[in-house]
Design a protein around this ligand. Sequence first.
Ligand SMILES: Nc1ncnc2c1ncn2[C@@H]1O[C@H](COP(=O)(O)OP(=O)(O)OP(=O)(O)O)[C@@H](O)[C@H]1O
Ligand code: SF4
Ligand SMILES: [Mg+2]
Length: 338
Amino acid sequence: MSLLEVKNLDIEYQTKKGSIKAANDVSFSIDQNEKFGLVGESGCGKSTIAKSLLRLLPDNGAVTNGSIMFDGTDLVSTDEKTLRDIRWDEISFITQSAMNALDPVYTIGNQIVEAIQTHENVSKKNARNRAGDLVELVGLERERIDSYPHQLSGGMRQRAMIAMALALNPRLIIADEPTTALDVITQDHILEEINTLTDTINSSLFIITHDISVVAETCDKVGVMYGGELVEVGPIEEVFVNPQHPYTLGLLNAFPTIEGGEDELITMPGQPPDLQDPPQNCSFYERCPYREERCAHADPELTRRSDSQYAACFVSEERDIGAEYESVVDKEEVWLKL
Ligand SMILES: Nc1ncnc2c1ncn2[C@@H]1O[C@H](COP(=O)(O)OP(=O)(O)OP(=O)(O)O)[C@@H](O)[C@H]1O
Ligand code: SF4
Ligand SMILES: [Mg+2]
């Protein structure tokens, strides 16, 4: 059984201008010890999904359909008390900005001690010792437990938040763009730390990023989101080698390969769909160089492509889109070579 199983999830925000469908029929699962990466352009619904897992959506956002099963408990319908017990203890959350997540009036150590003592019956001395061990584990000096958040650099604060996220040995760590606000070198170090520490405590990881190379280096499985929908999901070695959705193919060819290579990069001009008025046909239609007449009239569902790879595209169900890639970028003006 999967540790986390998200099924047919719909999430809407209510705004003055009407409702926004930020997640549309999203389904995926994460196994014990598995690392799952969610990628996609800005505004496609990644953070919305992450927040829904711990019921952290803002007041105007709500799950309108579907379930989120975590080890037998439906996080959508369970009571607040059960959810409080699960937060931090079983599932922890690393956000993009530690400044917003850490409390400015408490030292790092006191915040970690409080998290430990809220969930476990241990003495303050014991909890403080563990807080010291944790900040060392994430690469900070032990004395840093007595610092306030504003006394730390951005990278140190991010590390402190990771220490908090690990404090109770959670079974699932959610990391939403955990390094976006940092310089590239610190980004690399922190990603590496999240990666190895997840292994150290035998946890699973749900990591959200714009950067598909982060997923390649870190994850076992990937989900590709476009316009509130999951358009492809599967093991890294299958999705990266044989992508089954044109958007995934576009993303992979928009990034330089790790080896460098001579390959030309492409760009995918155009805008993602308006989630206030989502299209009834394929959401990628406007930007897709593989589109056909039928794609203008119907919305493809996720279908199985191999053991555990799924994609939502009519054309790739019938033909090898990867094999046609060169002719598509040469002939179409929809994707541009850089
Ligand atoms: N509080 C809110 N009220 C109304 N709409 C919202 C709210 N939060 C997000 N949205 C909308 O929901 C959609 C998905 O937003 P979300 O933040 O989940 O995207 P994202 O993929 O995390 O983007 P990014 O990569 O920029 O973080 C967007 O259209 C966004 O404008
Ligand atoms: S269904 Fe058609 S428009 Fe949609 S991604 Fe596939 S080829 Fe492109
Ligand atoms: Mg986001």
